[in-house]
Design a protein around this ligand. Structure first.
Ligand SMILES: NC(=O)c1ccc[n+]([C@@H]2O[C@H](COP(=O)([O-])OP(=O)(O)OC[C@H]3O[C@@H](n4cnc5c(N)ncnc54)[C@H](O)[C@@H]3O)[C@@H](O)[C@H]2O)c1
Ligand SMILES: [Zn+2]
Ligand SMILES: [Zn+2]
Length: 404
């Protein structure tokens, strides 16, 4: 079968690889009809989330049809249409029973202390071959898949694999309640779903910060108030929009590949932090090429962390869903302490978050499809990755059709 395979930093290819087979009684095999490229995949190709194992099939978002189940999978049969959770979880350990499925004790082959197991990720997450492929092996399939009702299309469901649950989880981590003013850093597709989720969880206003006008326009279409950090200082803008108080909640939907401001008032402050940012990049992406034009790591890893702590009100709440690697060690800790902030973070607990979102889409309360902007076959996947990496206008979310 064909699959997108990681060979090295800046080197991914569509390869012919062996079809997956059932290896464990808890496995299922899924024929993938819809997959997608995620901002998380970019970290692996840029070298900001390392080390990866050569030969790993990339991708952690999929919708498909079950073709085969292992004998311990009792709730699914061949022919079932499913959405696959990005994170793998056993469904029986203490964490899974508490709904904290991203910290499952059993799924990660590196042991309980290794943390989240997900498809197509670095060595520390499994590695488990991913979902940008014609077929995939789904470990712990009973808990790692959800059946889809007939009135949720594949096109809607692909965003239920990772993005909508992560946005929802981010708003939960930030403790969004009725009337809150919520700031979302990052207007990528995760940020877009954080906006939608914050409103659905009761936010009174949502302010979104990015530098890409096409992405800000998409956020404005959801009635978020937009701030371009290359045109104005985002912290000043947020203070100005909140009577000087700051936001009640902040959601970081950017992560380690954050950019520093290049123009405008915020660029001056970023200039003073240049040495600190350079040291962070050297630490989180030691093998990346900082001068590359393609697959270039973000040049301000702690930029969003800094702005988050400054933009939130005293006693405010920050939810971090943008991904940071274990090598990321800088955070404005003292400033957060002296403002009595609450900071929560992590990988989405997909298995426990997703069911109510499937219901919401089935009930017509939210249609995620207009946030998928580009559709490609596997044959053009590498060019699609490159355009998405460059954040070309209109390339908000790339859906892949492996069977085409
Ligand atoms: N926690 C989870 O379970 C989970 C799940 C999925 C994705 N993620 C993470 O969410 C993040 C976003 O994913 P995506 O697919 O939307 O990626 P993306 O790369 O498409 O979007 C990131 C956005 O952040 C913006 N940005 C960069 N620097 C910024 C700054 N200083 N201030 C404000 N915005 C800035 C970029 O312009 C871009 O629009 C990634 O880090 C991804 O790994 C986490
Ligand atoms: Zn994803
Ligand atoms: Zn578990």
């Amino acid at each position: 079968m064909k699959a997108v395979v990681w060979h090295g930093i800046g080197d991914i290819r569509v390869d012919e690889v062996a079809d997956p087979v059932i290896r464990d009684p808890h496995d299922a095999i899924v024929k993938i009809t819809h997959s997608a490229i995620c901002g998380t995949d970019l970290h692996f190709v840029r070298g900001t989330m390392a080390p990866m194992e050569e030969g790993t099939v990339l991708g952690h978002e999929a919708v498909g049809v079950v073709t085969q189940v292992g004998e311990a999978v009792r709730g699914f049969s061949a022919g079932d249409r499913v959405v696959v959770n990005s994170t793998v979880s056993c469904g029986a350990c203490r964490y899974c029973r508490q709904g904290q499925t991203a910290q499952c004790d059993v799924a990660n082959p590196n042991g309980p202390a290794a943390g989240t197991c997900f498809f197509g990720g670095p060595q520390s997450t499994g590695p488990v071959d991913g979902l940008q492929a014609e077929f995939a092996r789904i470990p712990w399939a009973q808990n790692t898949m959800h059946a889809l009702p007939d009135n949720v299309t594949d096109e809607q469901a692909i965003l239920l694999s990772d993005i909508f649950p992560t946005g929802w989880f981010g708003a939960e981590l930030a403790g969004v309640t009725r009337g809150d003013i919520v700031v979302v850093f990052g207007a990528g597709v995760v940020g877009q779903f954080a906006i939608a989720s914050a409103f659905k969880q009761g936010a009174g206003r949502v302010i979104v910060v990015d530098s890409h006008e096409d992405r800000l326009a998409q956020a404005r279409a959801q009635h978020a108030e937009v701030v371009n950090y290359d045109a104005e200082d985002p912290v000043e803008a947020i203070k100005g929009l909140t009577n000087g108080i700051g936001a009640d909640c902040v959601i970081d939907a950017v992560g380690v590949d954050a950019e520093r401001a290049k123009k405008g008032a915020a660029a001056e402050e970023a200039g003073k932090l240049a040495a600190a940012f350079d040291a962070e990049v050297a630490r989180v992406a030691p093998d990346a090429d900082p001068d590359a034009t393609q697959w270039k790591p973000g040049d301000g890893p702690s930029q969003v962390a800094r702005w988050s702590v400054e933009a939130v009100a005293k006693c405010g709440r920050i939810g971090v869903i943008g991904v940071y690697p274990p090598t990321m060690q800088s955070y404005p800790f003292g400033q957060a302490m002296n403002k009595n902030l609450t900071i929560r973070m992590g990988n989405c607990d997909h298995h426990s978050v997703t069911p109510r979102l499937i219901d919401m889409v089935a009930a017509g309360q939210f249609d995620p499809t207009n946030l998928v902007t580009v559709h490609e076959g596997l044959d053009t996947a590498i060019a699609a990755y490159e355009a998405f990496d460059r954040r070309e206008a209109g390339w908000l979310k790339v859906e892949l059709f492996p069977q085409r």
